[in-house]
Every structure is written in structure tokens, then in C-alpha cells.
Design a protein around this ligand. Structure first.
Ligand code: OSB
Ligand code: MG
Length: 369
């Protein structure tokens, strides 16, 4: 596998509705699309999940561009690549910057699978032909609004509801949701909005039969979560805190969580995702695929990794139309009865719609070997 040139594009897409978490509100999604083209003119696609501001993690669109341009693309050009795992090993020389690494590694995985003529999910060792998905629901202006939204997604067949919480929008809100939807599979995501001083408030959530509570404490913490977990009946799921295989290993060792949210970008790529998946399987710890409000390319990568057997809980990869007026892939990602049919075409399995990509691209740059 020899990459001839790489195109970085900076895109802007408007979300259909603002998405509010405990750390801020998204309205416009800005991201980098990576296109890696081999000597046969075949394109592999990757999407960076870094946001425009460093509020979920320290990476941003701009730091990703810098890392890609000045360090990662030169490493990709340095030698031919027989397997994408070699690239992730090469990237080991650069500390952190996982979303930048994952974007380029993802493009190379797509290229690798296309070269073999197999769908990406098979190249990754996945087996599922369809995957179960839920939906992540941002903080709303009122509880009534939240209930209306949940009603709609339940009707659409989504397999579980994830409600964003923060201090002041938590116990009372979840109680109302449970009263109206006593049986819906439900979970809450705090995005690090609490500390150990809030133990009583977090314990109060135990009575609602949540599938899990996601990332209640600090984004870089494993120790406080290990202290919190035995005090709760509800399983803790870690998102922000798991940035690598070693983080996952330590979290399982310490008992910081009982479930792991896998995000390809956060942990540095598909190779590391496979590695963490296998570790969790050995420990009987379920994983599921999180979301970063991805456009179609990122969504396709999420679908592919979710076909691995230990992704046993519904993920956050909702339909394209849930986020966008028009996505950048054809067909768009569709969800029927809470299921996504995994595509069979080589690579990511969806065609990138170059007209739409053009439409959303603010600027682009070509890097040659
Ligand atoms: O914590 O999972 C999160 C969105 C932006 C930043 C962080 C998170 C989220 C989501 C939405 O929960 C997931 C999605 O629908 O893509
Ligand atoms: Mg989360």
C-alpha cells in the first residue's frame, strides 16, 4: 500500500438542531476530512472527530490539522504500509493527538479494505450484519420538550435513550422520564459534570434502573471513579477517561467502570479499538460505540467497528437524517426499528458524495509523497 497523495479538507455542516451537553452547545460541526489516494487512484476516507473548541478533549480542528500536516502525513509517506497496524505503530512516536491519528489511520484502513476488495467491517474481524443503535439526547430547555423528543425516538424504534445530565438537570428530569416511560432502556451521560462531593446526588439516580451512567467524574480520572463505582448500583461507563488500551486496562484493574464507551477518535484509531475490544471481551466487560456528531465517513467507521462481537450494547450512531439535512455519503445511514444494516461494498461501504463534500468544504490542501 503506497499513498500517492493526501487531501485534507476543512468542512462546516449545520446541525438540524443545536446539541447541548454539560460543557457546551454545538450548532455548526466543523471537522477535517482525510482523503488518502493510492497509486491506482483509489481513495480511502477518514474523518477527524475533534471539535472546534477544546471542551470535550484538548484536541481541536486546528491542532489536528497541525499534527496531520507537520507530523502524521510525513510519517505515512515515509515508507510503504503493508497493514494499517504499522501506521498506528509509527504514530506511537508522537504523543497523544489521538483524533488526528485516528482520522489518517481510518483513511488507510478504508484504502486497505478496498485494496483487498472486502468491506471494512470484515477487514476488522467483525461479523454482525446489522447493529443496534440508540440515540443521544442533548439538554433541553424544558422537561416537556425532552419528553416529546423521547416519545418520537421511541416511536422510531431506537433501542435505548441516552439523556445528557448536569447538576440541576438530573434526578428530577430522570424521574419524570421514568414516570412517563417506565420500561424504556435508559441511560444518562454527565460529561464530567460531577465530583465525589456529589455522591448523594449520583446515588439518587440508582432508583431509576438506568443501564449505566456515563462519565460522571473528571475527564482524566480513573481513581475517583473507582471510589464511586462500589457506592452505586448503576454501572459506570467511561467515555472521556479512556484514551488508550492502557487506560482501559487500568480502569478494569481499579474497578473504575463496568462498561466502556468506545470512540475511535478518542483512543487513537481502529487498531487500538480492536485491542481494547479484545481486552474487554476477556474481562466480560461490554462495550458500545459512542458518537461525536459525525458526518457520514465517521459514521461509516463507527458502524464497521460495532460489528465486532463484544459491542453488545446499542451505540450512539443514529441515522444521518437525525443530524444533517444532507450527509456526505450515499446512501445515507438509515435506521429501521433501531437497526443499521451493515453495508457490503468494499471499504467503508458507502460512496462519498463529492458534490456534497465540495459544498461543505471551506478550504483544502493537497500533500504529495
Ligand atoms: O459524550 O458522548 C458524548 C456529543 C458530543 C460530544 C460528546 C458526546 C456527544 C454525544 C452525542 O453524546 C453522540 C452522537 O450522537 O454522535
Ligand atoms: Mg459521553
Amino acid at each position: 500500500l503506497e499513498i500517492d497523495y493526501i487531501i485534507l479538507r476543512y468542512l462546516q455542516m449545520e446541525l438540524k438542531a443545536p446539541f447541548t451537553t454539560s460543557f457546551g452547545t454545538f450548532q455548526t460541526k466543523e471537522f477535517i476530512l482525510v482523503e488518502a489516494v493510492d497509486s491506482n487512484g483509489v481513495s480511502g476516507w477518514g474523518e477527524s472527530v475533534a471539535f472546534s473548541a477544546p471542551w470535550y478533549s484538548e484536541e481541536t480542528v486546528k491542532t489536528n490539522w497541525h499534527m496531520l500536516e507537520d507530523f502524521l502525513i510525513p510519517l505515512a509517506f515515509a515508507e510503504p504500509i503493508d497493514h494499517p497496524s504499522e501506521l498506528s505503530k509509527r504514530f506511537g512516536a508522537i504523543r497523544q493527538n489521538h483524533m488526528a491519528k485516528a482520522a489518517l489511520e481510518g483513511a488507510v484502513w478504508d484504502l486497505y479494505a478496498k485494496r483487498l476488495g472486502v468491506p471494512l467491517y470484515q477487514a476488522l474481524g467483525g461479523t454482525k450484519r446489522e447493529i443496534e443503535v440508540g440515540v443521544s439526547i442533548g439538554i433541553q430547555p424544558t422537561v416537556d420538550e425532552l419528553l416529546r423528543i423521547i416519545e418520537r425516538y421511541v416511536t422510531q424504534g431506537y433501542r435505548r435513550m441516552k439523556v445528557k445530565i448536569k447538576p440541576g438537570w438530573d434526578v428530577g428530569v430522570i424521574r419524570e422520564v421514568r414516570r412517563v416511560f417506565p420500561d424504556v432502556p435508559l441511560m444518562a451521560d454527565a460529561n464530567s459534570a460531577y465530583t465525589l462531593a456529589d455522591v448523594e446526588r449520583l446515588k439518587a439516580l440508582d432508583e431509576f434502573g438506568l443501564m449505566m451512567i456515563e462519565q460522571p467524574l473528571a475527564a482524566d480520572d480513573l481513581v475517583d471513579h473507582a471510589q464511586l463505582q462500589p457506592l452505586l448500583k448503576t454501572p459506570i461507563c467511561l467515555d472521556e477517561s479512556i484514551r488508550s488500551f492502557d487506560d482501559a486496562r487500568k480502569a478494569l484493574h481499579l474497578g473504575s467502570c463496568r462498561i466502556i464507551n468506545m470512540k475511535i477518535g478518542r483512543i487513537g484509531g481502529l487498531q487500538e479499538a480492536k485491542h481494547i475490544h479484545d481486552l474487554c471481551r476477556e474481562h466480560g466487560v461490554p462495550v458500545w460505540c459512542g458518537g461525536m456528531l459525525e458526518a457520514g465517513v465517521g459514521r461509516a467507521h463507527n458502524i464497521a467497528i460495532t460489528t465486532l462481537e463484544n459491542f453488545t450494547l446499542p451505540g450512539d450512531t443514529a441515522a444521518s437524517s437525525h443530524y444533517w439535512e444532507r450527509d456526505i455519503i450515499v446512501p445515507e445511514v438509515e435506521v429501521h426499528n433501531g437497526l443499521i444494516r451493515v453495508p457490503d461494498a468494499p471499504g467503508i461501504g458507502y460512496e462519498v458524495d463529492r458534490r456534497q463534500v465540495e459544498r461543505y468544504t471551506q478550504f483544502a490542501k493537497v500533500y504529495r509523497r
